[in-house]
Design a protein around this ligand. Structure first.
Ligand SMILES: Nc1ncnc2c1ncn2[C@@H]1O[C@H](COP(=O)(O)OP(=O)(O)O)[C@@H](O)[C@H]1O
Ligand SMILES: [Mg+2]
Length: 371
């Protein structure tokens, strides 16, 4: 039985693909063997960003973007195999997330949908490895949010009996996993992660993100703007809940900034950073009042300013990167999708109904066989 799996993750921040090679033992215990990150080509990134909002000829554009994502994923797999010395025939399956461009579970007809663009057939064709894709739709079909899917993996990886702790996955969007001292696992999307910070930085600094949060750290938080941002109803809704660029987009931000046009860009960035932190900490303290530890993964863990503000908001809690618990922050979510591929091959459920709100545990994903 082959025990090597690849996880491929490209999140809402649209920074590119993280690919992780991992070995699983029969209980699902993980040993990560390697990681590569490949940025998306600029044109693909722009196409994907545009597809997050309604526009003309979407079916055609989405189909071509799905091919583009598959090609980018295939290149990440090739780079990962080259970096680790593994070969395609050693890999049991690839768990491939795809690129979310719409996320509307439970809406419209009551079922709604979630769309992760990826031509799984093309990825299987390019790699010659079994591809498990479309990992969220089954949970949505069962009445769930289809997100977040990482809490079960976080629990398996970081859970410690008797310790109340949380994991904050700070990608484009933020999601929290709550691990109770009694072993209870819950989780939900808590609001924006880096998405607004990236957007503002791109607009005013022409760089894709604020490295280390150095720019935000120079600004002054505006209390009135912060209060306006914190008014967002999504933050106050009870879980299960999930969100994406469907809500936190440029128009959302510009509508809220309209009354604050006297603020300098750097003060807006500082305020957006504080908003991003408070969206996470307010939710955390509401649901798990005194966690011993908060582990942070995703690119937000590399933002020193965000991490410092997080620690300042949580005086009794040890705020640490997941690197301190054995897995570097950019590898965690990709490793979770390798784990979901492993779970699929075992026909084990990948969702947690208590997290997503699905009617029950479900095997997630659909298979594009290697041959
Ligand atoms: N050195 C850094 N300093 C500040 N922010 C960073 C740094 N590295 C990555 N990031 C942030 O992390 C984001 C990517 O995080 P990631 O976890 O990959 O998100 P997603 O899953 O949405 O793609 C980038 O868009 C950027 O905002
Ligand atoms: Mg990413």
């Amino acid at each position: 039985m082959r025990d090597l799996f690849i996880g491929l993750m490209s999140g809402t921040s649209l920074d590119g693909v993280d690919a992780v090679l991992a070995r699983f033992d029969p209980q699902g215990g993980i040993a990560v063997q390697g990681h590569v990150h490949r940025p998306f080509p600029d044109a693909l990134r722009a196409d994907l960003l545009a597809l997050n909002r309604p526009g003309a000829d979407e079916l055609h554009r989405a189909a071509l973007a799905s091919n583009g994502v598959a090609e980018a994923y295939a290149q990440a797999v090739a780079a990962l195999l080259a970096a680790t010395g593994a070969t395609a025939d050693q890999i049991a399956a690839v768990g491939a997330h795809g690129q979310t461009v719409r996320h509307r579970p439970g809406e419209f007809d009551g079922t709604g949908y979630t769309v992760q663009l990826l031509n799984g057939a093309l990825l299987a064709e390019r790699c010659g490895i079994d591809v498990v894709a479309d990992l969220r739709s089954r949970d949505v079909a069962a009445g769930g949010q289809g997100a977040p899917l990482v809490p079960a993996f976080h629990a398996a990886l970081f859970g410690q009996p008797g310790m109340a702790q949380a994991v904050l996955n700070w990608g484009g969007i933020g999601n929290l996993t709550l691990l109770g001292a009694d072993g209870a696992v819950s989780g939900f999307d808590c609001g924006p992660g880096n998405v607004l910070l990236d957007l503002w930085c791109e607009r005013h600094r022409r760089t894709p993100f604020d490295a280390g949060g150095a720019w935000a750290a120079q600004g002054r938080v505006d209390a009135a703007l912060l209060a306006t941002l914190l008014d967002e109803p999504f933050l106050h809704r009870a879980p299960p809940k999930s969100t994406g660029r469907d809500l936190f987009h440029a128009e959302w931000l510009d509508a809220r900034l309209a009354a604050f046009d006297a603020l300098t860009p750097v003060d807006v960035q500082a305020t957006l950073a504080e908003f991003t932190v408070r969206a996470a900490t307010d939710a955390l303290l509401r649901h798990l009042p005194s966690p011993t530890r908060l582990l942070v993964c995703g690119g937000g863990a590399l933002n020193d300013h965000l991490m410092a503000r997080l620690a300042a908001q949580l005086p009794g809690t040890a705020v640490q990167s997941t690197a301190s618990a054995g897995l570097p922050p950019l590898q965690v979510e990709a490793a979770a999708f390798a784990w979901l591929a492993w779970a699929f091959t075992q026909r084990r459920p990948g969702n947690r109904p208590a997290v997503t709100g699905a009617a029950g545990p479900r095997v997630l994903g659909c298979l594009h066989p290697a041959r």
